[in-house]
Design a protein around this ligand. Structure first.
Ligand code: NAG
Ligand code: NAG
Length: 450
């Protein structure tokens, strides 16, 4: 597209008209918008009449909230929280900031520990449909413990800085954030502080199963996981399916790199095979958003013990190219839901001594924030019925040449993460005419997108 032009369509709405079925197969007729006029949505509109796109205007106004006095102990960054302390901390944060967060549980671990999730967003009882859902999941390997702590620090940082730091305020106004500090509290309970490479146990759940190897896999096992064996995986899958996550970070330890789908290939070559997803460009971009803000990750040289020569250009890697992982959570998210997940290794040492926690928080906190903001990069809007303007649930929004459609939620809202470029986008739903629209996502508008 012509550069320097102020046309962009980061917000693309759709009005779908009732479809005339051609034959018995439900194929709907399509209306093509004039490509030459794509740059400015306002011009595109008349050419396709009421049938076509409108620009959804976001900007919900929320009532101002009043910060209540809090009564909870300050963060000292000095020790790891066991399950009891983690639970207490989360409860006290939830009590101190009722206008910003809600604590709930995904379910229970094998040994009956709650799998906590804290939802953080402005005015959490009235979340409007134009707020995308983001999640971080930590400590699914029980002995990879940095994430468990830094996610609590992040929570506190977000809560304490709403209304103080404009960036945090804007982020919580516009984003529905979910934080799961530990998906494997049983493993954590057995892990040992100071364990560098995971020799001392605690990686698996209480049934000795690796949670990041027990999701259904596209190349091997499609079976749903057994709730007796891996209730943590079952709870996570159910929760993901009940929600409409757009972006996710799966936090690990043992190296310093951001790794993206796919994690395995049909040949299951142990290493060196680049297993590309349809959204390879988007995933590389997302992984870099984390890596480029991390002082070590961005160099590409983790220099972990025993792997001193390892090099990851830009601090990122395709998962399978690094090593083949079957049954990982990341690929399952991408292949079964709208959610794009990146797996992030926060440090060489899996369970560093507690005195190093402030350093880990220091090196990761910018990246953690930056990565959340990526949930806003791409196109978004509503797919609506042209006659009554009601949202169409489960409509499909697909991008030509990218074999990964996303679906709309109940209000017709959808998000499609994309890097800058020009795209042919189609919205379709059963019983409606499909609509095609050329979309220009310019670098300028995309960069300023929150
Ligand atoms: C966040 O929302 C509050 C409440 O609607 C509003 O007063 C404030 O201006 C918003 N701030 C930002 C940075 O979006
Ligand atoms: C969404 O639509 C697809 C077909 O496009 C269908 O297979 C699926 O069951 C629908 N999902 C829901 C929740 O209605």
């Amino acid at each position: 597209m012509k550069t320097g032009k102020e046309g962009f369509q980061e917000r693309v709405g759709w009005l779908l008209g009732a479809g005339r079925k051609s034959g018995g197969d439900g194929v709907t007729a399509a209306v093509q918008c004039d490509r030459d006029r794509m740059a400015i949505p306002g011009r595109c509109l008349p050419c396709c009449a009421a049938l076509l796109a409108f620009i959804a205007l976001f900007g919900a106004v929320l009532p101002a909230h009043v910060k209540k006095a809090m009564e909870e102990s300050p963060e000292t960054y000095s020790h790891y929280y066991d399950h009891k302390e983690l639970s207490e901390r989360l409860h006290s944060l939830a009590q101190a900031y009722p206008e910003l967060c809600r604590l709930s549980s995904l379910g229970m671990s094998v040994e009956g520990r709650e799998l906590w999730v804290m939802r953080v967003t402005a005015d959490p009882d009235a979340v409007p449909p134009e707020r995308p859902q983001f999640k971080y999941v930590g400590n699914m390997h029980g002995d990879e413990t940095v994430s468990r702590q830094v996610l609590v620090y992040l929570l506190r940082y977000l809560l304490e800085n709403y209304g103080r730091e404009p960036r945090v305020t804007a982020l919580l106004n516009a984003t529905d954030i979910y934080i799961v500090p530990s998906l494997n509290p049983d493993g954590f309970q057995r892990a040992q502080e100071g364990d560098c490479q995971g020799e001392k146990g605690g990686r698996e759940n209480a049934r000795q199963l690796d949670l990041n190897r027990n999701f259904p896999d596209q190349f091997t096992n499609q079976q749903p996981p057994d709730p007796q064996q891996v209730p943590e995986v079952v709870a996570m899958m159910r929760w993901i399916q009940e929600n409409r996550f757009v972006l996710s970070g799966n936090l690990h330890g043992g190296s310093v790199v951001a790794s993206y789908p796919y994690d395995d290939s049909s040949s299951h070559m142990e290493t060196g095979f680049y297993s590309k997803s349809s959204d390879d460009k988007v995933f590389q971009y997302l992984a870099k958003a984390y890596a480029s803000n991390h002082p070590i990750m961005k160099t590409g040289h983790p220099r972990c013990k025993g792997e001193e020569e390892e090099f990851f250009p830009d601090g990122i890697t395709n998962g399978a190219h690094w090593y083949d992982v079957q049954g990982g959570m990341q690929d399952w998210n991408y292949l079964n839901t709208n959610c794009f997940e990146v797996t992030i290794e926060l440090g060489c040492v899996k369970y560093p001594v507690a005195s190093e926690l402030p350093t880990y928080w220091e090196s990761n906190h910018r990246s953690l924030l930056e990565f959340i903001q990526q949930v806003h990069k791409g196109i978004k809007g509503f797919v609506l019925d042209a006659t009554d303007r009601r949202g169409i649930f489960n409509a499909t929004v697909s991008v030509a040449d990218i074999n990964h459609p996303v679906t709309s939620d109940k209000a017709g809202d959808y998000w499609r993460l994309l890097v800058p470029g020009t795209y042919k986008v189609t919205a379709s739903a059963r019983g409606y005419l499909s609509l095609h629209l050329p979309v220009l996502l310019s670098l300028t508008s995309w960069s300023s997108n929150l």
